[in-house]
Design a binder for this molecule. Structure first.
Ligand code: FAD
Length: 255
């Protein structure tokens, strides 16, 4: 009963209370989770929404062992929830990752880890749903960064789309512990994107939208790479990004 758009998040308030800095007992704070289904839900009846939650664990830097007393509250609550568990939610919130109104605009989506969640809502809207009110005609290009092949998320769904829409859907993985970049180092997400930098700059010049989602730590490497490429092209990086932001083609949600 809380309708949403693709690219939005729900808030979840974990059960229980905590003592705040003033010594007062208060409810736990809200945690945000990107919605990973399109607006009709995975069953297409508008009754469900999907989340993609990673358990936050705490590894003691001294012993190298997990300390369950310090595990993340809300992510573990959600991952341990069973059918029927009541969950206090807020939202939906978020305007940064909404899809463009133009269903022909190319979408370049760059994700690490659970940053894949909002892009799943996109690809389901673009390729799996079939509604008369929205017909996606652009290019959908997904870059996904994970450590190993076994950490890929939703790969079966993605391979099926790649097979059904070969001209319209592109999928590139950066597997940091399995692949090497051009310099022989680990293949991080920015290295994979850099391989296609010319095409990406051209697409952005022609109205493509670029989205980034995942852990905060992904952005500095990506920004450094884009700045270097922009310089090689004789562009001023800051002005280039500002221009894209101004035209609402640049979307970043990292946490
Ligand atoms: P918390 O209880 O808040 O703990 C945070 C961290 O601190 C954990 O790693 C925990 O192990 C550690 N910790 C706890 N106690 C101690 C201690 N005493 N000493 C040291 N460390 C300690 N997450 C997803 O999984 N999927 C998503 O799609 C997603 N989307 C998001 C979208 C947005 C816009 C934002 C802002 C965040 C998103 N997140 C997402 C992150 C999510 O909101 C939570 O931050 C995350 O799940 C951790 O919350 P938690 O309650 O499990 O951990």
């Amino acid at each position: 009963k809380i309708p949403f758009w693709e690219g939005q998040s729900y808030g979840v308030i974990p059960p229980g209370t905590k003592i705040n800095s003033k010594g007062k007992e208060v409810p736990h704070g809200t945690r945000l989770y990107s919605i990973a289904s399109s607006r009709y839900g995975d069953d297409f009846d508008g009754q469900t929404a999907s989340l993609c939650v990673r358990r936050a664990v705490y590894v003691d830097p001294e012993t190298g062992k997990e300390d369950p007393a310090k595990k993340g509250l809300c992510s573990n609550f959600l991952c341990d929830a069973t059918p029927g568990t009541e969950i206090s939610m807020t939202g939906p919130t978020g305007k940064v990752l909404l899809l463009p109104a133009d269903a022909n605009a190319p979408l370049i989506c760059v994700a690490t880890g659970t940053g894949i969640a909002p892009f799943r809502s996109f690809w389901r809207r673009c390729f799996i749903e079939n509604v008369p009110s929205y017909k996606f005609t652009g290019l959908f290009w997904l870059f996904m960064g994970v450590a190993n092949s076994d950490a890929k998320l939703y790969d079966e769904e993605l391979q099926a789309i790649a097979k059904a829409y070969p001209g319209q859907f592109r999928l590139d993985y950066a597997l940091s512990r399995e692949q090497n970049n051009r310099k022989g180092g680990k293949m991080y997400i920015q290295d994979k994107v850099e391989e296609y930098a010319d095409e990406i700059f051209d697409l952005l010049d022609n109205g493509a939208h670029m989205y980034f989602c995942g852990l905060k730590g992904m952005m500095p490497g990506i920004q450094d790479m884009l700045e270097r490429v922009a310089k090689e092209k004789g562009l001023n990086y800051e002005e280039w990004v500002e221009g894209l932001k101004h035209k609402n083609q640049w979307h970043v949600e990292v946490y």
